[in-house]
Design a protein around this ligand. Structure first.
Ligand code: CLF
Ligand code: SF4
Length: 496
């Protein structure tokens, strides 16, 4: 059977517990029935996102609140990045599209509704889509992302449709903070502004969270980090939602560009730097699971997180596809089971690298490294990377920190940078995006970027091509240790 080639799942599970002998099972502490729900959900399990794909259908155009980081021309920024507009689908079209994608991408395990507005502000379109799908493709997990305003009203309906993954965007618990984020909500047929509106939204979100947890739904909380508005407050949000039973907290950076025409974009509100985001995620973490692999994907995204195959499945294209979902379902089951086995085998595989604790004395400083990854390996050419995964290596182990999006430096030419539009400015931006990283691991790096990276204090490294990521990061950390580079104080991180 053809399976997607997947590399080392350690990259996902992290290995912060001291040794790197084999990747720990990040889900091992969960009861079996929960583990089964999340082991192939690419957002709820960091490990799974290297193996399993999700798709969104844009069936929900309306919204019932206004967020200062949203422009209604674009997708809901609570769950997706602004800047792209989705092809709006009817429930019937959505079902056709899901079946087509499910047949073509057997590792697509999750269907989410995440906009372009709020799914629960469009309840008939949303639940009709879920209803039809649970009949026609019962092997697909159902997922929903909402601002929470109408959640209590629909908690039973959600449970009835077996939608067992729900994301609520909770940016605050204090209406004074909320009034700086939400200028108004639409509630009981009228527009309510300021703190009064924010207080209603917050109360509804909290009640909705409690009701879903009571019904056995796995709740992920998304929070948008807005420097100077809710960044300090989010630690309290994390503590409270965890106490109420949220499964995962995803702190996402505000995206505020003037060209998006949002209130924050136009007023020049700062977005957080990568270092600020990481620091807040670490502070929120405690013993709560934090999501760090979110790609702020669009409301019609298709594929593995970080990739977008939506253009292969437009309405025109799927109209011509022959669908036999019965046959596809059998194939999907086979692929899913094989991937779960592949994940388990990777977890159990002994590492070729010695345990980190044996390499570096405690107190040795940590190092951030960027990786041009493909299929869980150091598998991408520097110039072909659209994102870099960032790992922290320390005596305690190697852990995944997040990702940095970049523009494509090399437009498909053999020699990176030559013949591309403004490669210099792209390279400048990439180097800025990699701020704080001391090495960049790729399958290959061109001559021009090599020199520029070195000059910026980021050591290019093409010597671990096609190795599992975590082992390669461990090896480079060991080389730095042997070269005496880890004794100096931590360099001040530049603003990304
Ligand atoms: Fe979609 Fe969201 Fe479900 Fe995932 S996305 S509705 S939970 S299936 Fe995932 Fe995309 Fe981040 Fe959302 S990476 S934006 S967290
Ligand atoms: Fe925009 Fe989503 Fe906020 Fe509605 S909930 S205003 S669609 S970001």
């Amino acid at each position: 059977m053809d399976l997607p080639v997947i590399g080392n799942a350690q990259a996902a599970g992290g290995c912060a517990s001291g040794g790197c002998g084999s990747a720990p099972d990040a889900l091992a502490h969960l009861p079996d029935h929960i583990r089964l729900k999340v082991q192939d959900h690419p957002c709820y399990s960091e490990e799974a996102h290297h193996y399993f794909a999700r798709m969104h259908v844009a069936v929900a155009p309306a919204c019932n609140i206004q967020c200062n980081y949203c422009n209604r021309k674009y997708d809901c920024a609570n769950e997706s990045r602004p800047g792209v507009v989705s092809e709006l689908l009817s429930p019937d079209h959505a079902i056709r599209k899901v079946l087509a994608v499910a047949a073509a991408i057997p590792q697509m395990t999750v269907l989410g509704i995440a906009g372009p507005g709020d799914p629960l502000a469009n309840p008939s379109r949303t639940f009709e889509t879920f209803r039809q799908l649970s009949e026609k493709a019962p092997d697909i997990k159902l997922c929903l992302s909402t601002n929470g305003l109408r959640l209590p009203e629909f908690a039973d309906e959600i449970a009835k449709h077996n939608i067992d993954h729900v994301t609520i965007t909770i940016n605050c618990l204090d209406p004074r903070v909320g009034a700086q984020i939400y200028p108004w909500i639409f509630w009981n047929k009228r527009r309510i502004r300021g703190e009064e509106g924010a207080a209603i939204l917050i109360a509804q979100q909290q009640m909705g969270l409690e009701m879903l947890v009571a019904r056995g739904v796995l709740v992920k909380v998304n929070s948008v980090m807005i420097p100077g508005v809710n960044d300090q407050h989010l630690k309290e949000v994390s503590r409270v939602v965890k106490a109420k039973g949220a499964f995962l907290h995803n702190v996402m950076p505000l995206i505020a560009e003037a060209e998006h025409g949002t209130y924050y974009g136009l007023m020049g509100q700062d977005s957080p730097t990568s270092a600020e985001l990481q620091a807040l995620q670490d502070e929120c973490a405690g013993d709560m699971a934090m999501m760090r692999h979110c790609r702020q994907c669009r409301a019609d995204a298709v594929g593995l997180l970080g990739e977008d195959r939506g253009a292969e499945f437009t309405l025109d294209k799927i109209a011509d596809m022959d669908l036999d979902y019965g046959a596809a379902m059998a194939k999907r089951k086979e692929v899913r089971e094989a991937l779960v086995e592949q994940m388990a085998a990777k977890r159990g595989a002994p590492s070729t690298q010695p345990a980190m604790a044996e390499l570096a004395p405690v107190g040795t400083r940590p190092v951030l490294m960027a990786v041009a990854a493909k299929n869980g390996l150091v598998g991408e050419h520097f110039g072909h990377a659209r994102e870099f995964l960032v790992y922290e290596a320390a005596p305690e182990g190697v852990r995944f920190i997040g990702h940095r999006k970049v523009d494509l430096y090399c437009g498909g030419l053999d020699s990176c940078g030559e013949g591309d539009a403004e490669p210099e400015s792209i390279l400048d931006k990439t180097i800025a995006a990699l701020s704080g990283c001391e090495a960049v691991l790729c399958s290959k790096v061109g001559f021009e970027p090599w020199g520029r990276l070195e000059a910026a204090g980021i050591a290019p490294n093409g010597e671990h091509a096609l190795e599992p990521i975590e082992e390669a990061v461990t090896a480079v950390y060991r080389e730095m240790l042997a070269a005496g580079k880890l004794a100096k104080p931590v360099a001040a991180r530049k603003r990304a």
